[in-house]
Design a protein around this ligand. Structure first.
Ligand SMILES: NC(=O)c1ccc[n+]([C@@H]2O[C@H](COP(=O)([O-])OP(=O)(O)OC[C@H]3O[C@@H](n4cnc5c(N)ncnc54)[C@H](O)[C@@H]3O)[C@@H](O)[C@H]2O)c1
Length: 438
């Protein structure tokens, strides 16, 4: 008999016969489902998006994360289309979206719907973990009543916990396998079950929180921390632009302090499903107690103002060659909200594009990760057609374009909306070049 090969470190032996059902197979739910399967759980997946389900059934890496590639051929997500099949599962993970509406008001509709689906189809004794980002109080005021209305007793026939997801798509070091977690529950047994489950699938630390509200609040403050710090440097960028100080050099200098300083970088604005969204969940919740989160509101307003500021800077640069935005052929490098992924959610680039279009610019847009949102086939075509260029996403391919390539195409103005290009090289080449705050 052939000797069995040792399992790679990610793929553990069977850890138990519990069946895990993940509701919402997106950036959060999909890697988590794969990770549970890799650690020996029988995994079931449920999503409302039929196209996504078909791709998962074909074994596709739907979130394009490199570390998943080795795990995909060795794991299986059993797709559930008939909700009744959920009755066989022991652990449910809710990883559905928690967006805001056009007035920035939290939309908990997806969490409510997924909770109802579980409550109506689960068996007695199941553990339900909400991983979606929610404000303090959602498990108590929204999720728990759904289960109670369906006849379940929290702490007896259902155990409800919150373990906020911290995944950072595209991060080469931190992923679902090694990011430490916090977890909170309504009762001791729920907490114990949840900690045991997460310890069985993760290599990172799992920290039990005293209350479920503290777990909810931990996630919201993590992302609000990012938002206010980015708002601070974005405000500095505007101020330093007027003073002629290069903010990037200043932050690099300040970062040499080995304690009590953490660099954040200014840009054309903040995007993604988390940072520009989550602070609103706290802002709105606090209003119920007549508390005004002035600081968070101010940070949101500053970060929301950055796309318009980017266009203002571009207008000033075009003035130097006696051009206006109206009628000028402007190349746009990048639409997605972050480097090397095709994620459009809350992307500030969309806002910049919208403002430029309103001002009558002739746009030539290219994003290698979002061909359906590009009207150019490649960088060469974009360079060929443009008179000036604004970089809105720091995709690796864009960093390789040399100043000479712009010059060869008679492009005089380059605005680096991500502060990722070599300013000195562009200025030395005789180009009109600016970043945000530099
Ligand atoms: N993307 C991130 O980087 C990230 C990081 C940490 C936390 N989060 C949080 O995790 C949650 C999920 O985010 P995401 O980025 O994975 O979203 P996503 O949009 O990528 O995936 C969510 C999935 O849920 C599905 N869905 C919607 N309603 C459903 C329902 N009733 N039942 C089953 N599936 C349903 C959608 O079709 C979608 O496939 C959000 O609360 C988000 O704030 C996201």
């Amino acid at each position: 008999m052939q000797k069995q090969k040792a399992c790679p470190p990610q793929v553990a032996k069977q850890v138990g016969r519990e069946k895990v059902c993940v509701l919402g197979l997106g950036y959060v739910g999909f890697p988590l489902a794969i990770q549970c399967a890799a650690k020996g759980y029988a995994v079931f997946g449920y999503d409302k998006d039929e196209k996504k389900l078909a791709c998962i059934e074909k074994g596709e890496n739907i979130v394009d994360e490199k570390y998943l590639e080795a795990l995909l051929p060795k794991t299986k997500i059993n797709i559930i289309r008939d909700e009744k099949e959920m009755g066989q599962c022991d652990i449910f993970i809710i990883a559905v979206p928690t967006p805001v509406d056009e007035k920035y008001y939290p939309d908990l509709g997806f969490v409510e719907a997924a909770s109802r689906t579980v409550a109506e189809n689960m068996k007695s004794g199941a553990l339900v973990v909400v991983e979606s980002t929610i404000n303090p109080g959602v498990c108590e005021e929204v999720v728990r009543p759904i289960f109670e209305k369906a006849g379940w007793k929290v702490g007896e026939t259902v155990f409800i916990s919150h373990c906020p997801e911290r995944i950072n798509p595209g991060d080469p070091k931190w992923n679902v396998t090694n990011i430490p977690r916090v977890v909170g529950s309504f009762d001791e047994e729920g907490l114990e079950k949840s900690v045991k489950f997460y310890e069985s699938i993760l290599d990172g630390q799992v920290m039990p929180m005293k209350t479920i509200r503290e777990a909810e609040a931990a996630k919201i403050i993590e992302n609000s921390f990012r938002d206010v710090n980015i708002a601070f440097v974005n405000e500095l960028a505007k101020s330093f632009d007027l003073m002629g100080i290069d903010i990037v050099n200043v932050i690099k200098g300040a970062s040499t302090k080995p304690f009590a300083f953490m660099p954040h970088w200014p840009s054309r604005g903040v995007g993604g499903h988390c940072i520009p969204v989550d602070p609103y969940y706290l802002i709105e919740k606090a209003k119920e107690n007549d508390f005004d989160h002035k600081f968070l509101r101010s940070a949101r307003a500053i970060n929301n103002s950055m796309p318009a500021y980017t266009v203002e800077v571009l207008q000033e640069m075009l003035n130097q060659i006696e051009k206006s935005i109206k009628g000028t052929h402007i190349g746009v490098l990048g639409v997605s909200y972050k480097a090397n992924v095709g994620d459009l959610r809350e992307s500030p680039a969309l806002k910049v594009i919208e403002i430029l279009e309103k001002h009558g610019a002739k746009l030539h847009i290219f994003d290698p990760y979002l061909p359906e949102h590009s009207n150019m086939k490649n960088i060469e075509e974009m360079l060929e057609k443009s008179e000036s260029v604004v970089l809105l996403t720091d995709h690796s391919d864009f960093l390789k374009i040399k100043p000479e390539q712009y010059k060869e195409k008679n492009i005089q103005v380059i605005l680096d909306g991500m502060n990722c290009l070599d300013k000195e090289a562009f200025l030395k080449a005789g180009l009109i070049f600016k970043g945000i705050g530099r």
